[in-house]
Design a binder for this molecule. Sequence first.
Ligand SMILES: [Zn+2]
Length: 316
Amino acid sequence: MRVCILLYSTFIFFSTSTTAFAQTPAPFTLHDLGHGAWAAIDNPAAKAAQSGSNAGFVIGSEGVVVVDTFENIAAAQDLLDDIRQKTNLPVRFVVNTHYHLDHVAGNNIFAAAGATALAQQNVRAWERSENLKFFGSKITAKQTEAVQSLGLPSITYVHGVALYVGAQRLIVRSLPGHTGGDSVLYDPAANVVFCGDLFWNHTLPNLIDASTGPWIATLDTLLSDYPTATFVPGHGDEVGHAIDVREFRGYLAYLRTAIQKAQGEGKSGDALVDSVLPQLEKKYGSWNFFSFAKSDIAYTDAELRGKKRIPTPVVP
Ligand SMILES: [Zn+2]
């Protein structure tokens, strides 16, 4: 699995043609979740041509709703092509689960196909500004222009919205944790929750914008409201179920507890990271993206000290 979002590949981000990948495995694999719901799971075998995140779509009786549009623009076109193979119904809506580039880079592909993008209001506010930080201080003019050309949601909401595509009713809810502007989409017919990056399946999360306390409460809400659902993660090689969401909740809780203990022992900075890292490795060393461990510790240390920088929310 490619390291997402901290190491954007310019090759992928600016790709608009699948021609170069003709001999490589598909950037994602589709998983049939029943009742017209599909998960598009990032394919590690595609290496540099991976989609960069997971996505999904729901085919209703009068249209299609897409959840997230990948980091790899060529993969977004592939996703649209795959949908076109399955139905001639219009792609009515794109729901962006949050602003991170690896979930919105293909928005323009779906806009060109006539879809309306919608998201929590902070997504629109942050998409073309906060995404710049992932390129670091050496960001090029081309990268800046690409971020500032990202397709924005044209409908925003604060707490959520219901979408109707014929008989199908889909529920979009905003919940805190990963960025402060995250949403999930629940499909009651298929009993599927498209989680975006509020759920990483056996994968260490990127906590750059996170508030882990509210995030744990969000996971409790999801587990309580959808105990038997299939959960499509934003990252991770498979769809999950309640047991997997509980394990992810366990990671965040363990991280906080280990850091609080180290803080209580007077540790800070590198000494704190050095004391917590072996504990994390013992328990979670086999998870994907373990390379996020050091930054997860540092961000959560800052959060627990009340010193974490998070993006400024829009005032409703
Ligand atoms: Zn994210």
